[in-house]
Design a protein around this ligand. Structure first.
Ligand code: PEP
Length: 253
């Protein structure tokens, strides 16, 4: 059975509540007829309630961009998964390269956050991806499989099957340098092979692998038509309803 395409938009630190509500309103109208693709948007935390209210009953999921691993406590500025769930999120992005490289999140923290997501009833979108140096030195595959091994450690097989892995080469994020469909497919195949070698067979069959890194309306169809690319995690192009919807529709074909 083919996996359903899953396209998620990461709004990063863009769009406060009023602007986020306007974008959600535009998406709600434009996606009314799109029923064959799973869609999520990840607004900044402060805009989650407005976007959740606007997208209620539309089938468009709301994702958080990050969570703290604790249930609660003295963690100034942080949010627990349970709070995000209560605010309407069903997914949470974990280990985005900006969290890894700008905020210094290590593999152990990312693994704790993946477990915290399940504890709170959120489905994690676990980001993995190599830097340009790591690719040029021939280590891209070992970096990515290492991030998978640590990110997924300690989960039950049925939990792993419900994770979305987002392969996001760091050199392609926000740079306009997209991986070619062949480069992306090759890493996605490696990820699926690694899953097949480490979990029962249903996991590799079910788990969805998104590609992320400068996905735009003009390159979405060629990426999404690759056999192991099950969706996209979209940054810049998700900030505009027209371009995001055009990427989603490329997955519906
Ligand atoms: C991202 O932030 O996850 C991303 C892929 O960004 P962009 O599409 O802008 O490269």
């Amino acid at each position: 059975m083919a996996r359903r395409i899953f396209v998620a938009g990461n709004w990063k630190m863009h769009k406060g509540p009023a602007q986020a509500d306007a974008l959600a309103t535009a998406l709600k109208a434009a996606l009314v007829d799109v029923v064959t693709v799973d869609v999520a948007v990840a607004p900044p935390s402060i805009s989650i309630p407005a976007v959740s209210a606007r997208l209620k009953h539309t089938g468009v999921h709301v994702a958080a961009q990050n969570l703290h691993q604790a249930v609660g406590g003295a963690f100034t500025g942080e949010l627990a998964g349970e709070m995000l769930r209560e605010s309407g999120c069903s997914y949470v992005i974990v280990g985005h390269s900006e969290r890894r490289h700008v905020f210094g999140e290590d593999d152990a923290t990312i693994n704790a956050k993946v477990h915290a997501a399940f504890r709170a009833g959120l489905l994690p979108i676990l980001c993995v991806g190599e830097t340009l140096d790591q690719r040029q030195s021939g280590n891209a595959e070992s970096v990515v499989t290492g991030q998978l091994a640590s990110g997924l450690a300690g989960l039950a097989a049925d939990q792993v099957a419900s994770v979305t892995v987002a392969y996001e080469p760091v050199w392609a994020i926000g740079t306009g340098h997209t991986a070619t469909p062949a480069q992306a497919q090759s890493m996605h195949a490696t990820i699926r092979e690694w899953l097949a070698g480490n979990f029962p067979a249903f996991v590799a069959r079910q788990l969805r692998i998104q590609y992320g890194g400068s996905v735009k309306p003009h390159n979405a169809a060629s990426l999404l038509s690759q056999p192991d690319i099950d969706g996209a995690l979209v940054g810049g192009a998700s900030l505009d309803a027209e371009s995001f919807v055009s990427i989603i529709k490329a997955g519906a074909n």
